[in-house]
Design a protein around this ligand. Structure first.
Ligand code: AMP
Ligand code: MN
Ligand code: MN
Ligand code: MN
Length: 291
């Protein structure tokens, strides 16, 4: 029986493509007994202030982000934790990402229009919070809501993923730039869900080498919906590249396969961020209680 972790360092709210408001995410985390939670919306920190207020005296809320980047032909996600959300470099970088996201969301909308989804952009936007980052996750939910597909998963696979008719290639910033921005804002950079990029092991090791070279500090070793052998492999890669280990459900919506804190135990042969002398003091709970 999988145990709930007390720490979850990757999740989404309505500030991007999550279904719950930042306050609701924190309430749900408390219900699930979490002690430390990082809010990591796509290319946005706009939910952090609300989440921090909701977390007061209940759990430690870490200000985080999940930045979209491009490495070779892959869209790679970099999580940043413990950010100074008002740092000018971070703000500038997020403004650039925001503009790219708006342009891309409009382009996806135009493609969907041609496929018969009337007012796709406007309707998807209307389903999101004002100012939220519109991701393909939002579009997937919109398509599912029209009844054309049974689920957002199906919508994603049929229309939105690479090679499908509403896919739009986006020139996000580089991995190196994301890592540098996160570090400049006082944060720790983590390579998100490294096994989800559908690349060969050789390429993944090249990516990790470059990520480390740029100043990246950890791999997200444990994530939801992951094969045990992948988790073991990522723990080995932490050792090989002298990187720390992080964990995160990538929670978006309740009752799905990625509930907060679910099944995130780290293998014993890697060092978690909160066990490292470099970062232990940033975490409010003692390492021995962390898992
Ligand atoms: P984007 O950053 O706009 O490329 O969108 C990426 C987001 O799409 C991810 O963070 C997920 O929330 C969502 N996504 C990825 N794969 C799927 C899928 N199979 N079904 C539904 N949503 C997905
Ligand atoms: Mn998402
Ligand atoms: Mn991601
Ligand atoms: Mn995510």
């Amino acid at each position: 029986m999988a145990q709930n972790s007390l720490i979850d360092l990757h999740c989404h709210s309505t500030a991007s493509d999550g279904a719950l408001s930042p306050t609701e995410v924190v309430n749900f985390a408390c219900e699930r007994g979490l002690k430390v939670l990082a809010l990591t919306d796509h290319d946005s920190v706009s939910g952090v202030a609300e989440a921090t207020a909701a977390a007061q005296g209940r759990l430690q809320l870490i200000s985080g982000i999940e930045m979209s980047t491009v490495w070779r032909n892959f869209q790679i996600h970099v999580v940043g934790l413990f950010l100074d959300i008002n740092h000018p470099l971070l703000q500038q970088s997020l403004e650039e990402q925001r503009l790219k996201r708006v342009e891309r969301a409009e382009e996806i909308g135009r493609k969907l229009e041609r496929l018969g989804f009337k007012d796709a952009y406007a309707r998807t936007k209307a389903q999101a919070q004002p100012g939220a980052s519109i991701t393909r996750g939002n579009y997937a939910r919109f398509i599912a809501s029209t009844g054309v597909c049974r689920s957002s998963d199906e919508a994603f696979n049929k229309y939105l993923k690479r090679g499908r008719p509403a896919y739009v290639k986006t020139a996000w910033g580089s991995v190196e730039r994301a890592v540098q921005t996160i570090r400049a804002a006082g944060g720790i950079a983590i390579l998100a869900h490294p096994r989800r990029y559908q690349m060969t092991n050789t390429k993944l090791r090249e990516l990790i080498a470059e990520f480390k070279q740029a100043g990246g500090e950890a791999l997200e070793v444990a994530s939801a919906q992951q094969r045990p052998c992948d988790r073991q492999y990522l723990a080995q890669l932490c050792q090989r590249f002298d990187l720390l280990a992080s964990l995160g459900s990538d929670f978006h919506v309740q009752g799905a396969w990625r509930d907060l804190g679910f099944n995130l135990a780290l293998p014993s042969d890697c060092t978690a961020l909160w066990q490292s002398p470099l970062y232990a003091e940033r975490f409010s709970i003692h390492a021995q209680f962390a898992q």
